[in-house]
Write a protein that binds this ligand. Structure first.
Ligand SMILES: Cc1ncc(COP(=O)(O)O)c(C=O)c1O
Length: 403
């Protein structure tokens, strides 16, 4: 035996944003400019003062707490979830985790045997295929339709053609901002039920629905499937992604297994749980979420309309979350000059993100790691001013592209 890293560790792809951060630093140093950052996967505002105060108060909870979560928080999460989604979870069916990310990781460990496939609706959040692979599974992408909504036929086919154990998606979606309709969700439920597999719905952006609508939950549709698992958490809705809290809700055999696994890995911090409990009950926090969603909707209105006016770019209207996912492949093959004497051609999404950085001084994330190399993701969780300025700078830069 030699002291080598595991095959799984060697295969993990570093997060797409890392090489981007390096290029942002290089461009900033070279040009001495401020980059407008449209890469953020988090709100541009933090928690309300009552929630911050509760965190400090929670500092008194310094002893180990129960693995599945604080006894007051679990029933509250069940109550809020049931009210928002129409589900009927008991507290035992809710397990608190270190962010929704660790909820997904632990669920995968609980359900996957080596080589089991997880069908993931594509484009997807970058972490999904990686976490499936880390847990010994095989990620299989099921492409969405051009409007970035689920293609139920392709999804059913991907489920049938593989040793599929689970079907995974997010709605409202990162990276597309698509909010799946009740009919689409019902279709996904039917596919999972007929195949006898787990259905994992990541609804961390549920509160981020535009135009006065509510994002339907997978638990709000008339179709039922007892093996449906909810991934959720307060990171986005209360602007606390750095606090690292999430939860999973699902059938009892699953939550018992998740609890057992967490007993030997990691469970959530008690002060954070105390503060999150206050956040879910706080009128101030609820209003702050509503204000944030309406600001991001205004950004969406300005930005997406502006993008679609740029020849070569097509962007479906996001219905929620805080991203838009634009097809920029119409500009592939075009060239530009930069750094005085350099020239480059845009042939893929990484080239396009580099072009935006170098010529528009705007940072966005390339679509490749989300499963769609024809696209680029912009985050709309920024000020209105940044949105307008970025849009103008993108339009001006694209106008300089040539054959
Ligand atoms: C779709 C989706 N699920 C889960 C997460 C992770 O959330 P958390 O901060 O709770 O780990 C993110 C974060 O970007 C996300 O986009």
């Amino acid at each position: 035996m030699t002291a080598e890293l595991s095959a799984i560790a060697r295969a993990v792809k570093p997060s797409a944003t890392l090489s981007l951060k390096n290029e942002i630093a290089r461009v900033q140093n070279t040009y001495g400019v401020k980059i407008i950052d449209l890469t953020a996967g988090q709100p541009d505002v933090g928690p309300t003062p009552d929630v911050v105060a509760a965190l400090i108060e929670g500092g008194n909870l310094h002893k180990y707490g129960p693995i599945p979560g604080e006894p007051e928080l679990r029933p509250l999460l069940a109550e809020v979830t049931n009210k928002e989604t129409g589900a009927s979870f008991t507290s035992e069916q809710v397990i608190v985790t270190v962010g929704a990310k660790s909820a997904i990781d632990t669920v995968m460990r609980a359900i996957l045997d080596p080589g089991d496939a997880v069908v993931i609706l594509s484009p997807y959040w970058v972490t999904y295929p990686e976490v499936v692979a880390i847990c010994g599974g095989t990620p299989v992408a099921a492409e969405c339709r051009p409007d970035l909504h689920p293609d139920l036929d392709k999804t059913a086919e991907a489920v049938r053609n593989n040793r599929t154990k689970a079907l995974l998606f997010s709605s409202p979606s990162n990276p597309t901002g698509a909010v799946y309709s009740s009919e689409e969700l019902a279709g996904l439920v039917r596919i999972a039920r007929e195949a006898g597999i787990w259905l994992i719905a990541d609804e961390v952006y549920r509160q981020f629905a535009f135009d006065g609508k509510t994002a339907p939950s997978v638990f709000s549709v008339p179709e039922l499937h007892e093996h449906t698992i909810l991934i959720d958490g307060p990171s986005k809705r209360f602007g606390i992604p750095g606090w690292r809290l999430g939860f999973v809700a699902g059938p009892l055999n699953l939550t018992k297994a998740v609890n057992a696994l967490l007993g030997h890995t990691s469970n959530a911090s008690r002060p954070i749980q105390h503060a999150v409990q206050v956040a879910y009950r706080s009128e101030q926090a609820r209003e702050a979420t509503a204000t944030m969603v309406s600001r991001y909707q205004q950004n969406r209105d300005v930005f997406v309309q502006g993008l679609n006016a740029i020849p070569g770019i097509k962007c479906p209207q996001p219905e929620g979350a805080f991203y838009c996912f634009a097809d920029v492949s119409g500009l592939y093959g075009k060239s530009y000059e930069y750094d005085g004497d350099q020239s480059a051609t845009v042939n893929d999404s990484t080239d396009f993100r580099n072009f935006l950085l170098r010529k528009a001084f705007v940072a966005a994330v390339e679509g490749g790691p989300f499963g769609m190399d024809s696209h680029i993701r912009f985050s709309l969780a920024v000020s209105g001013q940044d949105c307008t300025t970025a849009l103008k700078d993108i339009a001006d830069a694209v106008a300089t592209l040539h054959d």
